[in-house]
Ligand binder design. Structure first.
Ligand code: ZN
Length: 373
């Protein structure tokens, strides 16, 4: 064994040094690791190479630590050549140890990266979950809102809309639809919902419901109907949109996360402002397919409960479908209510599940109402 050709910058941990550590010049001589501290007075520490327990560490992971077996003294150095020199001086004893330590470090690093990746994915999932749970909670919050909110939104929308000329409430057509609504009303899912039906002059065969129970029927729809029961079918469907709160649900789907948070903290103002806008556009024209099916089935239930044959609802769909050939633009109701074939089937299938009862024909003069238009 020889004396090292060079000395290295390093340090020492020992309890005899003030603060427990000091910088040191390190050399390897006569089978011993020698550290002379750089402070005044300089202290010399030695560890026989045969007693040196190696470890790697430091911020770089390249710092080599040599400890006595009792751990009371540590000499350390970060110089790249120190490890080589150490191994050379010890006759190759440390090479495999250092190799093993480095391997351990790499494994640890890859474990760290693995957990880092897992954490990143978990965090992303948490954020997405948070986003959707806010929206989800907003949906629940919307459902929990009193029906008066639906009414406020519906009335705001109705008053700001340019629906066309409204028929007088004494008009035979107005009376007809009102009587049908009165007959259906006791069977509505929300018993105290204030339904208000308005007949509006228009060439479109159309009808729609606003949140809260405002319903608009166009004169063309009354003119084209073959029976009062068919009008009852359309009205039951539209009333169901209101009682199933599809309008406000739809607003709930279109509000962003900010409005959802506002809603969760009890601020309905933003929703109301939004409601007026949204109600005029998307709500009137496009409910989801699920919502339409729900309104069909709920409509059938209401008609059945009111002893009005739900068959008329399906008939009306079929009639409009045939009409589509002649006046496609005017048949607005069917264009906002797609999938009619499936729906006719659904209505009929649903009707079959209901107990068979004697339906009572509506004692209403459709002819007189139509003649007055
Ligand atoms: Zn509908």
């Amino acid at each position: 064994m020889s004396t090292s050709r060079e000395s290295f910058e390093g340090g020492v941990f020992h309890e005899s040094i003030p603060n427990g550590r000091a910088g040191a010049t390190i050399s390897i001589a006569r089978g011993e690791l020698v550290a002379d501290t750089t402070g005044e007075p300089s202290q010399r520490f030695t560890i026989p190479l045969s007693q040196c327990k190696l470890d790697l560490g430091g911020a770089s992971g390249r710092m080599v630590f040599c400890r006595t077996s009792d751990g009371s003294l540590t000499i350390f150095c970060e110089d790249r050549n120190f490890a080589k020199e150490l191994d050379f001086q010890s006759g190759g004893v440390f090479a495999s140890q250092l190799q093993a330590l480095k391997k351990g470090q790499r494994a640890e690093a890859s474990r760290f990266h693995f957990w880092l990746a897992v954490s990143a994915v978990a965090l992303a999932a948490l954020l997405i979950l948070g986003y959707y749970s806010i929206l989800g909670a907003a949906k629940v919050a919307i459902r929990a809102l009193p029906v008066s909110v639906d009414q406020t939104i519906g009335n705001t929308a109705f008053n700001s809309m340019d629906v066309g000329r409204k028929l007088d409430s004494n008009h035979p057509a107005s009376k007809l639809v009102e009587e049908i609504v009165d007959k259906l009303k006791p069977h509505a899912k929300i018993p105290d919902m204030k339904f208000k039906v308005t007949v509006v002059e228009g060439k479109d065969i159309n009808a729609f419901a606003l949140p809260g129970g405002q319903i608009v029927v166009y004169t063309a729809l009354i003119k084209e109907a073959k029976s009062a029961e068919q009008i009852a079918g359309v009205l039951a469907h539209e009333m169901s949109h209101a009682t199933l709160r599809h309008g406000i649900e739809r607003i709930g789907q279109s509000i962003g996360v900010i409005a959802a948070i506002q809603l969760l903290v009890g601020d309905v103002g933003g929703l109301l402002a939004l409601g007026g806008q949204v109600a005029q556009t998307s709500i009137l024209t496009s409910y989801s397919r699920t919502a339409e099916t729900e309104a069909d089935l709920e409509g059938v239930r209401m008609l059945h409960a009111a002893k009005i044959d739900p068959q008329a609802m399906a008939e009306f769909f079929k009639m409009l479908e045939e009409k589509m050939g002649d006046l496609p633009d005017a048949v607005a109701w069917i264009s906002t209510h797609p999938q009619h074939e499936t729906r006719v089937e659904n209505i009929n299938n649903h009707k079959k599940t209901l107990e068979s009862i004697e339906y009572e024909p509506l004692k209403l003069d459709l002819k007189a109402a139509q003649d007055a238009l």
